[in-house]
Design a protein around this ligand. Sequence first.
Ligand SMILES: [Zn+2]
Length: 694
Amino acid sequence: MEDTLATNPLLDFSGLPRFADVRPEHVAPAVRSLLEDYRMLIDQLTRDAAQPTWDSFIVPMTEAGERVGRAWGVVGHLHSVMDLPEWREAYNAMLPEVSRFYAELGQNLALFHKYKALHDSPEYATLSPVRQRILDHEVRDFRLSGAELPDALKPRFQAIQEALSQLGAKFSENLLDATNAHAEWIEAEADLSGIPDDARSAARAAAEKDSKPGWKFTLQMPSYLPVMQYADNRALRERMYRAYATRASEFGKAEWDNGPLIGRILALRQEESRMLGYRSFAEVSLVPKMADSPEQVLGFLRELAAKAKPFAVRDLEELRAFAAAELGLDDLQPWDVSYAAEKLRQARYDYSDQEVKQYFPEPKVLDGLFGVIRALYGVDILPDEAPRWDPDTRFYRIEKNGDLVGHFYLDLHARETKRGGAWMDSARSRYRGTQGSTTPVAYLVCNFPGPVDGKPATFSHDDVLTLFHEAGHGLHHLLTRIEELAVSGIHGVEWDAVELPSQFMENFCWEWDVLCGMTAHVDTGEPLPRSLYDKMIAAKNFQSGMQTVRQLEFSMFDLRLHDEVQPDSNAAEASVAIDKVMGLLDEVRQEVAVLIPPAWHRFPNSFSHIFAGGYAAGYYSYKWAEVLSADAFEAFEEAGAGKGSLLDAETGARFWREILAVGGSRPALESFKAFRGREPRVDALLRHNGMVTA
Ligand SMILES: [Zn+2]
């Protein structure tokens, strides 16, 4: 039968995605026709001389965008979970067109003027606070991408954007090339002492691939890490450490040196920020985030550092004493730290992941997760039917007192055609449009081992944490009560607050009472023994002081680098000298670190998160979200203290109402305060990580 647009399942928005019908050849015609419709709409709206109103401008824009997002979302989802050649081809064929469309949308000045006209019109004052917020954000995003600059400055702004994206790409390439270029060759088997068999086999295979005898170790994590953790050969550890720490620096090939790139990136970010009217790039980065100012973030990091540092000092003393007494390492060097820490961990807290896994069969874990959700929010999670992309996936509906709240697909097991990792994505969002209301639908995707020989799959504790984490994102998406698309569920939530609901859920996987209810040994049915649980907790908190100050060092360096360091001139080709960068890092380390690396260490040259990723002046958000989620969880601990269970329905209802339900419709800090009754505090996180002063 001939396919037409009328029968194209990707263009059917009446219900759930039609996974049974959609085929790769539907992608291009559907996506092109949706983009075309959207383009024509924008053209018509921007040419219309009449004053834009919410109903005449925002509503049609939102609905056209929703259709593209929903159809393209199905394609992206299938590309991720069913990466067959024909799906990959269909996806990649349209990806450039879709990316270009959105890039143009963000640069469309006529569109910006329409948003601005509505924002500045008398209608604005009559809109709900939620709608006002949506308009504020639209105007803000255009402004931050240079839309309000005088025409004379626009070409320079555009050139900076392009230069920055090229410099970021080059930074990654240099790092990759430098990482791949180094190898350590081992010829005598005795030199492999301590290295586990799987790492040896991989090193042997790598040497064979190069038609050489012996073993080849590289700077890629799966090869590097076992050497640093297990190799008894101290000289080998030192050589590997030095090679790793000086990647893409002036000590290697000049063409791979990221030092000059760092200088240019910082200078260009500074210039861009000035053009937009800000003092520093850190200020620009924080505009759409939950944190208000660089000073506030710095204050937060300093408070955490002051509280964590004594524990880090104690961790290091413990490690030094152990290394001297048990390993004969009297002068603990940086290349001994992972090695000694691993030996100390084994001596104090060892348990086998295999042993733990026996207690987490999949059906029990899912029951446990659903039970936690039911207890907290009073909702029912029921199996339901819908077309799916693979028979090994499930579909559920969530109901509250018999009313449909939303649906989710669950795709737990690894498959050859599935992208690695775990994620939550939206198949449909809650919103009320001209066609009525839609309920939200989520995808929860993981890559856990599947059932073997008719026995249920068993999960590691890490897998269980991952499942709860993604379920937390899912609940944020599904339990929203907001019906404006731009801020419903996870839409419009500040970037540094979006991990709050997900990390929050992880906390339950460390609670004894919760674990008792969701563990059953695959053979005996016994719940997790208390002795094993105690070891898991001890291992979780092992050296948490040192780990915390390390994260704080990176966060503080990133923030101050983008707030304080100035280029050497105002010329177009200005740069920041690498000495200044290293000098600042040194200052930060003196303040927060307990381990100071050697002077030749070039950490910034491989800090891809901030020079080649989206984390510039945003690295702090990891700790920020951990603090928020731990502090939110503490409310359940407090409520449970008197009642015997922290699965407290009253606190759950409040968490739903103040945090999950409101999505991005108000500032995350306001939501947090509405839930907790006060500003966030760092103490719960410290306590959860075992950093408690007796
Ligand atoms: Zn997450």
